[in-house]
Design a protein. Sequence first.
Lengths: 115, 115
Amino acid sequence: GAVVSQHPSWVICKSGTSVKIECRSLDFQATTMFWYRQFPKQSLMLMATSNEGSKATYEQGVEKDKFLINHASLTLSTLTVTSAHPEDSSFYICSATGLKAYGYTFGSGTRLTVV
Amino acid sequence: GENVEQHPSTLSVQEGDSAVIKCTYSDSASNYFPWYKQELGKRPQLIIDIRSNVGEKKDQRIAVTLNKTAKHFSLHITETQPEDSAVYFCAAILSSGGGADGLTFGKGTHLIIQP
C-alpha cells in the first residue's frame, strides 16, 4: 500500500530558530500533500495544501511566512517553521494523495518542542 | 467550508459490547467519509471509509452507515476488544478523484474499552 515517510519524528529547538520537516511518498507520486497540526488532545487542523510545482494554499489564520512549504517534486514536501516560538510546539503531520494512492495516507508525524 | 461535528467526545464500553460514534457534516456536496483510529503519539490509521453512493459498508467488526439526507454518518464497532481503545476521528470531504482538498476532521472520540 501507499507509504508516507516523515522526518524527524521529534525535534527540540530553541526559540527563534527554524526547523525543517520532511514528508516523502515512498511508493507513489504524491500530486497533492497536506500539512496538519495537532495540539494535545485535539483534532487535526489543516494548515496548508500543496500541489507539486505550485505555491501552497494556506488555511485561514495560518501565516504563510512563518510556515514555509515546498513541494518541489512528486515525492517530497517540506515544512519549515521559521522563527519558532513555544506556542508553535505541536504535533505536525503530513498527508499525501495521488493518482495511484487510495485515499489520504499520513506520515508518522513530528513532535516539535520549542524551548 | 465543511464543518464536521462528532459525538460523543468520550465513550466507555464494556469489552464485548458495541460502540457507536456519530458525525454530522454541513456541506451536502461532500462525498467521501473516512474514519481514522489514532493511538497516542502516532499517525491516524484509516479503518474504514464510505462514499456517498452507498449507504453502508462493513469490514469484519467495523461498519459505517451514511444518511445523505440527514447529513450524518456513524461508525459501529461490534464485539469490542481492549486493542480498540484509541481516539477515533471522522472526516468529510468533496473528493474529485485527484484529492485536491484536505480533510475536515471531527473533534475526535476517546473510546475506552473496559475489561
